[in-house]
Design a protein around this ligand. Structure first.
Ligand code: ADP
Length: 164
């Protein structure tokens, strides 16, 4: 019998994708055969980039990583993971600030579907403080964001701000 493919889902808003996200993706890709990056539209967060733009940026940034798929989703995370045939959900854990929310979400998701495990990964220490929200805030005030995102993403952010 052929071994079952291990599929993981990495959900997020990715507005925009940062070096922290990319580090988690690279680490996560080693753990599964196929990693599905689930991009939520999340209009409540008033994103800087449309979900299509965010997906295109992610695809461009992970073009060299094998076994990655980028998919939009706007359903319950556990339903999305089930639909994709995933056995695990990857989340990045930053400082204590993330813990409370992630702990609660993982606990409730466990109640919703006990067959799918949530796995927490830590990004490289120097990438841990990075958050998309702060990247946008720094860029809005004219600060440099090239330590937090790739050059191509920094250019996308600059172009978006110039349009405003
Ligand atoms: P953000 O909170 O930056 O808007 P997302 O909603 O896109 O990010 O986050 C998707 C996932 O990536 C979450 O699990 C989040 O904790 C994780 N993540 C985001 N930035 C980092 C980072 N710098 N290091 C580790 N994990 C991260």
């Amino acid at each position: 019998m052929a071994p079952r493919e291990r599929i993981g889902v990495y959900p997020g808003t990715f507005d925009p994708i940062t070096l922290g996200h990319l580090d988690i993706i690279r680490r996560g890709a080693h753990l599964v055969d196929r990693l599905v990056i689930g991009v939520t539209n999340n209009p409540a967060k008033s994103p800087m980039f449309s979900v299509e733009e965010r997906m295109a940026m992610i695809r461009r940034e992970v073009a060299d990583v094998a076994g990655i798929e980028v998919v939009e989703f706007d359903s319950l995370l556990m339903d999305f993971a089930e639909r994709e045939g995933a056995g695990l959900i990857l989340r990045g854990l930053r400082a204590v600030a993330d813990f409370e929310y992630e702990y609660q979400m993982a606990g409730m998701n466990q109640q919703l579907n006990d067959r799918i495990e949530t796995v927490f990964l830590m990004a490289d220490v120097c990438l841990q403080p990075i958050a998309s929200r702060l990247v946008k805030e720094i860029a809005c005030y004219g600060g440099k964001i090239d330590k937090f995102v790739t050059a191509a993403v920094a250019a996308d952010v600059a172009a978006r701000l110039a349009r405003k």
